[in-house]
Design a protein around this ligand. Structure first.
Ligand code: ADP
Length: 385
């Protein structure tokens, strides 16, 4: 009876009376069983596909740490190849002592932070989970990005502490000196020391203000209500601030080609222009010219500050907006720089869907341009002056 051996695909035999019912019922049952098997194997195949494609690495290991199955992420993480390495002991293929020790230790309560030497810059958090009888699942997760952020955070804290420590040491040094021998100093000496101490206090104050501004921007403080910024007025105000700082050492020129307004935070856009303009004054030698520019561009409009100062070597340009990155540390400090100005500028622009373009060449001056998209610019109405 072919039908009994292979009930699906073979026509159900016809029989008389009760037997006909029996055959029909058996045929239905075998179809149901077949459907269930099909569904089960499809589900299994889907699970396998999902496990294979998971962003986290998965390796099944036997009791002797032989690789039984491995997904794509684990191949990448441990530089393994499923077609070659199945059946091999993982500790023979990944031989770094910390890895081997972890796998062989049998103590898998804590994950292991693992940096494979073969993949530069990769940091994994891996953990072994025993399951079934004597089987182990090794899970690995790429935490390189997190590690990088953590390193940045540590560097930042170290930088801030260093920046604060120097002026604080100066101030406390003076205080101690005066305390120890007040009568040894003339009134003139005292005035000089106090002036220096005040300068250092102002420096610390400025640093803390910039840090607070940056932290407010970075923690994603909500955008203040969009103001209609009178750019012409802003240019005049910032030009005045720059004149004060320059004290007649530079020529400061406003070049406003458009009578448009900007939609954004008045305070934040003021800080962008003021930062760029004060940088131009601080870094441009006496006799230089500084232009504050507001003009239309293809994408919208730009607010730019151009100087004919010393310029900046091309290799520094991509890093200028990093916190505490300075080309000339001494010059920055001397002129009251915190190293945070351009980082603040970049953040503010990002919040306004703008970008910062820096053009500079050593010896020929610099041009820092804040680009704003068209939807932030109001062309129709002229701003009041
Ligand atoms: P700082 O407080 O040190 O000026 P910024 O973030 O404002 O910090 O600027 C970063 C660095 O970029 C400065 O230390 C300086 O080396 C360089 N820089 C900025 N603006 C200019 C400019 N107009 N001309 C030359 N160098 C500049």
């Amino acid at each position: 009876m072919n039908w009994a051996r292979e009930p699906l695909g073979t026509p159900t035999p016809h029989a008389m009376g009760t037997w006909d019912h029996v055959f029909a019922s058996l045929a239905r049952r075998s179809r149901i069983a077949y459907d269930q098997r099909e569904r089960l194997s499809q589900t299994l195949a889907r699970f396998r596909e999902a496990a294979l494609a998971m962003p986290d690495g998965v390796v099944y290991l036997t009791r002797l740490n032989l690789i039984e199955w491995i997904n794509l992420a684990a191949e990448r993480h441990f530089d393994l190849d499923a077609s070659r390495d199945l059946g091999s002991a993982i500790t023979n293929l990944v031989r770094q002592p910390d890895f081997v020790h972890y796998v062989e230790s049998g103590d898998y309560r804590e994950p292991l932070l693992f940096k494979p030497t073969r993949s530069d810059g990769l940091t994994l958090s891996m953990q072994i989970v025993p399951f079934g009888e004597d089987l182990k699942m090794l899970l690995s997760r790429d935490i390189s990005q997190l590690e990088k952020l953590e390193t940045m955070r540590r560097d930042f804290v170290a930088n801030v502490s260093h920046e604060l420590k120097t002026p604080l040491t100066v101030v406390s040094g003076f205080v101690e000196m005066l305390h120890d021998g007040l009568e040894d100093f003339s009134a003139e000496d005292m005035r000089r020391y106090l002036r220096l101490a005040t300068e250092q206090s102002v420096r610390m104050q400025r640093l803390i203000e910039d840090l607070l501004a940056l932290s407010a921007l970075e923690t994603g403080a909500p955008m203040p209500v969009d103001d209609k910024v009178d750019v012409q007025g802003l240019l005049r105000a910032v030009a005045q601030e720059a004149e004060l700082l320059s004290a007649g050492r530079h020529r400061i020129v406003i070049e406003a080609g458009v009578g448009a307004a900007l939609i954004g935070s008045q305070k934040e856009i003021h800080s962008v222009l003021a930062n760029l303009a004060t940088n131009a004054v601080r870094y441009t030698p006496e006799g230089g010219e500084i232009r504050l520019i507001w003009q239309s561009t293809h994408e919208g409009a730009e607010l730019a500050v151009q100087d004919n100062g010393p310029g900046i070597d091309a290799h520094h340009l991509p890093r200028l907006t990093e916190r505490f990155y300075r080309v000339d540390r001494g010059r920055s400090r001397e002129t009251g720089g915190t190293g945070l100005g351009l980082a603040i500028v970049k953040h503010v622009l990002t919040r306004h869907q703008g970008t910062l373009e820096i053009q500079s060449e050593a010896g020929r001056g610099s041009r820092f341009a804040a680009h704003f998209p068209a939807r932030r610019v109001v062309w129709a109405e002229k701003t009041t002056s």
